[in-house]
Design a protein around this ligand. Structure first.
Ligand SMILES: [Fe+2]
Ligand SMILES: [Fe+2]
Length: 485
């Protein structure tokens, strides 16, 4: 008993010395592996290590609904946050990185059931990890054990699909993820309408997939956000806002975990529109005062709907503010009217930018010809500092490029194409364009890619953009062509 009190005290001292519980978790996880490798279960050192591991897990689950540890790009990530290499922790981090590499293990995910594990479960878990590399296929071997009831608190995270894929394969994955996001949102909306409780698990998973794809190839993901559904605007709009928000968040360097939360906020930001009659949403003429009031209620209604979702409270708590704020402008005008002076949250400002951009570039019944992407950016720039956070807007415009992905452009050669890569860099300021040509059956088809940064022997560009048009004017869904590359 005394020994246990001593061990517990010591672990608290270790936690106090570190900057976060995440670091403490890594330290105790490593200690568990090292001790269980050398000593038997009955040994006091093993007993202490197991106890400390269980204690730190319980502490973490008081604050979070899941716990993940991942090893990639030669760094360790807890909950998607990269662990900094510090003097105190660097050796441990490298040991764990090596350990994961030996096992070809990308990551482990723990759920709240972990708070209730006993000594033998924790010890056996460590022993399994230690034994696994001796087997021909360590992960398959581990997986068999992790499927047992006594290990329902841990699962293996596989490497995101498509680390080394070709552009077409990535595009295919991205398109699938987009469709899944669309369907998961639709499912949530249908459940709410039928007065059933809607869960968010699918939505979270799909936003995680989209986030992984953004890390892999942002251009492809941005191309997806050009998808427009002329019948059911709100779904594609919401997915587009989620997708572009994740891209903007990635551009400014947010962690994977934050990006997933941001993407969920984007996906659900207009959930409150459920209560607005479709006749008002699709009204071609100007709205009367009552109708406009109804529209203005949707941000607060989004919060109400999100609160009803079946999800961990900590997730819900973190995703309600941005949807509430998404029609509040940078200068706090907009709606709903608020009497506070504190700035809008970072996620709120990101979603506001992505929301306006998608709305301006989408054809609606009351505005059949939307703005072209470049004109929409120009329009938004004129409101920088009033409607939009100037720094974020700058990042957004940089990310989109002068001609954002999906813009329909006419070249000086008479050729027509869709912007495939925006060329938002100093060295390559001009976009890469996917030519579109009619085939023998008079159907438009994706042709070849042209890099507009290409110059002739005099250093002059071989091709230039003469004009840009909105793809919707020609009934073109850019994403469909961009997927054909
Ligand atoms: Fe909205
Ligand atoms: Fe919106």
């Amino acid at each position: 008993m005394q020994e246990q009190v001593k061990a517990s005290k010591k672990s608290q001292e270790i936690i106090d010395d570190l900057d976060s519980l995440n670091e403490a978790f890594v330290l105790f996880f490593n200690r568990l592996l090292q001790t269980a490798r050398i000593h038997e279960a009955k040994n006091q050192l093993t007993v202490n290590a197991v106890k400390q591991f269980i204690e730190i897990s319980q502490k973490l689950f008081k604050e979070s609904s899941e716990l993940s540890i991942e090893a990639h790009h030669e760094r360790l990530f807890i909950q998607g946050e990269k662990l900094l290499l510090k003097q105190q922790t660097a050796a441990t981090i490298f040991t764990i990185l090596n350990f994961f590499e030996n096992l070809s293990l990308y990551g482990l995910k723990f759920n709240p059931k972990m708070s209730d594990i006993d000594f033998s479960q924790a010890y056996q878990f460590a022993r399994l990890l230690i034994e696994a590399p001796k087997h021909e296929n360590p992960l398959e071997w581990l997986q068999k054990y992790f499927e047992q009831d006594r290990f329902q608190w841990v699962e293996i995270i596989s490497a995101p699909k498509g680390q080394d894929l070709f552009a077409t394969q990535k595009a295919e994955l991205a398109y699938q993820a987009y469709c899944h996001a669309y369907n998961s949102l639709k499912e949530v909306v249908q459940k709410i309408k039928a007065n059933h409780r809607a869960g968010v698990r699918k939505a979270v998973r799909v936003v995680q997939d989209i986030t992984d794809l953004v890390f892999m190839d942002k251009s492809i993901v941005l191309g997806l956000a050009t998808i427009r559904d002329y019948d059911d605007y709100t779904y594609t709009h919401s997915v587009n806002v989620g997708v572009t928000s994740v891209c903007l968040g990635h551009t400014i360097g947010l962690s994977r975990k934050s990006l997933v939360r941001l993407g969920i906020c984007g996906l659900f930001h207009d959930l409150g529109k459920i209560d607005i009659p479709i006749e008002i949403l699709n009204k071609a003429s100007q709205l009367d005062e009552q109708e406009y009031k109804k529209i203005q209620q949707h941000s607060l209604n989004s919060v109400r709907q999100i609160l009803k979702l079946e999800a961990y409270r900590d997730l819900i708590a973190k995703i309600i503010l941005p949807p509430f704020e998404h029609h509040l402008k940078y200068d706090l005008s907009g709606y709903p009217s608020v009497n506070w002076s504190k700035p809008i949250s970072l996620f709120g400002r990101i979603i506001e930018i992505c929301d306006v951009y998608d709305a301006l570039t989408s054809p609606r019944i009351y505005r059949p010809t939307p703005l072209t992407p470049d004109r929409a950016l120009g329009f938004m720039l004129a409101k920088s500092g009033e409607d939009f956070d100037p720094t974020l807007l700058k990042w957004f415009i940089n990310m989109m490029g002068v001609y954002p992905v999906g813009s329909l452009v006419k070249l000086n050669t008479g050729e027509v194409g869709l912007v495939y890569q925006s060329g938002a860099s100093k060295e390559y300021p001009m976009p890469v364009v996917l030519l579109i040509k009619k085939n023998a059956e008079d159907q438009l088809k994706a042709d070849k890619l042209l890099d507009l940064n290409e110059t002739d022997e005099n250093g002059k560009p071989v091709r230039t953009i003469e004009n840009s048009y909105h793809p919707a004017q020609y009934g073109i869904q850019p994403a469909i062509y961009l997927m054909q590359v």
